[in-house]
Design a protein around this ligand. Structure first.
Ligand SMILES: [Zn+2]
Ligand SMILES: [Zn+2]
Length: 227
């Protein structure tokens, strides 16, 4: 695990990142990785001298299997409260099957399905404070109910989910658009995030960035076609 800023850790599970945040009220997980990887998350917790019962909150960015893979198991064993946007909820709870774009993702999705779970708190507002210190920003496009989270720490840490990604050379790249519900709307959501302020940004896929990360979101937004 890598510490991004004080008490914010990044755990890579294959091609996807899970983030752990140590707060005064236990550990907050942002997303839960690929299915059947709970053990690796527990190992990450042990690395920072925490255990499964210390996880109080799981904030989900969106309903793709590589982000909700262990949420059912973790919720059950930790008693954590799970937050997700209402528009993404039916897939997470198993009420409807996920709509997957593209042949390869569809094949992978057939093998890798996340166990459904109950959601404790639905996010419905454009911006809300699900738990102290965090702001949830609705960033639709990748999925209709995609949410990014801003943590008020170290000048601001953005958990961008799949709305954007971290490039190898510290650049901002678009999120995995081939599986996005609405790529143009996803770009508008990057522009929306650019109106906030944060020093650091972490992603579902790719490298974390530090040092006026928001500026790279602003550059990305200013290069978008104007309509
Ligand atoms: Zn995704
Ligand atoms: Zn993803």
């Amino acid at each position: 695990m890598r510490e991004i800023v004080d008490g914010v850790f990044e755990l890579g599970l294959g091609f996807v990142n899970v983030h752990l945040v140590v707060t005064d009220d236990g550990v907050v997980l942002i997303d839960t990785g690929l299915p059947r990887r709970s053990k690796q998350i527990e190992r990450g917790l042990r690395e920072i001298r925490k255990q499964i019962g210390d996880v109080r909150t799981v904030l989900l960015t969106h309903n793709h299997f590589d982000h909700i893979g262990n949420v059912a198991d973790l919720r059950q064993r930790s008693g954590a409260r799970v937050f997700a946007h209402a528009a993404d909820a039916p897939v997470i709870t198993g009420a409807i099957r996920p709509e997957v774009k593209g042949l390869l993702p569809r094949l992978i999705g057939k093998v890798m399905t996340a166990e459904p779970t109950k959601i404790d708190q639905l996010i419905t507002a454009d911006e809300s404070e699900p738990i102290p210190g965090f702001t949830a920003v609705h960033t639709p496009g990748h999925t209709r109910g995609h949410v990014s989270y801003l943590l008020d720490r170290a000048g601001g840490v953005l958990f961008a989910g799949d709305t954007a990604g971290g490039g190898k050379d510290g650049t901002l790249v678009s999120g995995p658009k081939q599986v996005s519900a609405d790529p143009a709307e996803q770009d508008r959501s990057v522009a929306k995030l650019a109106t906030h302020n944060f020093e650091h940004a972490v992603f579902g896929h790719g490298r974390a960035m530090s040092g006026r990360a928001v500026e790279r979101f602003r550059e990305y937004a200013s290069a978008l076609p104007k309509d």
